[in-house]
Write a protein that binds this ligand. Structure first.
Ligand code: PGA
Length: 259
């Protein structure tokens, strides 16, 4: 894993956005794996700003989002389709016919999950997968004890995830109990992964992900098995890392994502 520790969230965000923009410049038809959540909002704002000055184009890209709540229609204000339109798609030159999310309101959610996995495979798998990190170690909605070989399927959300996401809904009870999520096996097939985490509240799970034993109890530890992962952190999120000095020696000039 390449561990990049930034002094501020702003430079960490810029670094993650630069990794995506550089990939799209090198390979305009990249298949992007996109994420939602609070951490991603500033990354998408940064990419929109780059797009507005001609710094990045999504015109030839394809995207697959990680997950969607079961039961929510695309136009529901809390759906991830709505989030993606509001935070990114409506502001860049992404072709809406090549921007995919699982259909949360599909009549048969299991069949929809299988269809989504097949669509990712048919697209040649994900080129660059963007990830946030859940407080409980989830990536996508692969909650603790998810199979580390899992493919796209329905997962029951943990109470801690529903509590963390309750801020987007009127009441905690409104947070759906089920989601369709791409699997850990699906994520591990991506050519490269960029994971972004901020803040002291993530420090414990960040240390577990990077330095802990690989275990389904912390699904993000599966990334230790991936060939090309870049973890972008701010100082608070890096504060529990035992080998922090080492990572800072290896990448002392972290604002330059090419190193
Ligand atoms: P957050 O969510 O960016 O809102 O912290 C991350 C996640 O749960 O994957």
């Amino acid at each position: 894993m390449k561990i990049l520790i930034h002094q501020t969230r702003a430079t960490a965000t810029d670094c993650a956005a630069a990794l995506i923009a550089d990939r799209l410049t090198r390979q305009p038809d990249t298949v992007l794996g996109l994420a939602t959540g609070g951490t991603m909002e500033s990354v998408y704002a940064n990419l929109i700003a780059r797009h507005q000055v001609g710094g990045v184009s999504f015109a030839r890209a394809t995207s697959f989002n990680l997950d969607e709540y079961v039961g929510l229609q695309a136009d529901h204000p809390c759906s991830y389709w709505h989030y993606m339109r509001e935070k990114l798609f409506d502001h860049v030159d992404m072709d809406p016919h090549r921007a995919f999310l699982p259909k949360g309101d599909a009549a048969d959610a299991e069949a929809e999950a299988a269809r989504y996995e097949a669509a990712i495979l048919a697209a040649g798998d994900i080129g660059l997968q963007l990830l946030g990190l859940g407080l409980n170690g989830h990536i996508g909605f692969n909650e603790p004890t998810s199979s580390l070989a899992s493919l796209t399927r329905i997962k029951t959300l943990t109470q801690s995830t529903r509590d963390a996401n309750a801020r987007y809904f009127e009441r905690t009870d409104d947070v759906p109990r089920l989601a369709i999520t791409i699997g850990i096996g699906t994520i591990l097939r991506a050519q490269e992964v960029v994971l972004l985490a901020y803040g002291a509240e993530k420090a414990g799970v960040v240390a577990q992900m990077i330095e802990g034993a690989v275990s389904a109890a912390c699904p993000a530890t599966a990334l230790q098995m991936h060939r090309k992962v870049t973890v972008v952190l701010d100082e608070d999120a890096a504060s529990d890392l035992a080998l922090r000095n080492y990572y800072e020696q290896v990448h002392p000039r972290v604002s330059d994502p090419s190193i």
